[in-house]
Design a protein around this ligand. Sequence first.
Ligand SMILES: CC(C)(COP(=O)(O)OP(=O)(O)OC[C@H]1O[C@@H](n2cnc3c(N)ncnc32)[C@H](O)[C@@H]1OP(=O)(O)O)[C@@H](O)C(=O)NCCC(=O)NCCS
Length: 170
Amino acid sequence: MTTDSYPPIENRYVSLLWAEADAAPEIAALHGELFDPSWDVDAVRRLLVDPCCSALVAKVRLREIGPPVPAGFAIGRIAADESEILSIGVSAPFQRRGIGRRLVEGLTRAVEASGANRVFLEVAADNRSACGLYGGLGFAEVGRRPGYYKRRVGAAVDALTLLRDSKRVP
Ligand SMILES: CC(C)(COP(=O)(O)OP(=O)(O)OC[C@H]1O[C@@H](n2cnc3c(N)ncnc32)[C@H](O)[C@@H]1OP(=O)(O)O)[C@@H](O)C(=O)NCCC(=O)NCCS
């Protein structure tokens, strides 16, 4: 399925919901679509029940009637006054429709409200979509691990550590 498979999504059809442990299967399914290696249901559940973790699921209602479908997720962890976005993904048919931005903004706002002024994350240097997303939200490179991501095909790719410091970003 391509990103053109669905029409543009109006904001009123997209909900961001706090994910509890029962959301583990749908988050693991999304993770499996997007990442290799992926997290299984138990691994996701362990994060969701961790009191230091917060997670959001984006759900999209495709019709006026009928259940909304899971379209994306974001999971973060707070440690003292810092936090980390552990994983974020938007299912391919729903990408490039503003859902990723809403997930990062939602999670960032929540952790910052808890006192975590500094939000870190790690991204592969060749992940154009993610780098564009984070750059637009005030994240800046503060570290680099050369050749961290080994690829099945082609050369290894650097991991970038990005930081959003709410004391510096309006
Ligand atoms: C990265 C990801 C979460 C972005 O989600 P999304 O819902 O498609 O992103 P949005 O529609 O909110 O886009 C926000 C911004 O990100 C950037 N962006 C998103 N997709 C892009 C693409 N394909 N190419 C270039 N920039 C892109 C743009 O700056 C975009 O702003 P704009 O639409 O105003 O130009 C999504 O592509 C994804 O799940 N990728 C696979 C998993 C992944 O790589 N996760 C991140 C690991 S660190």
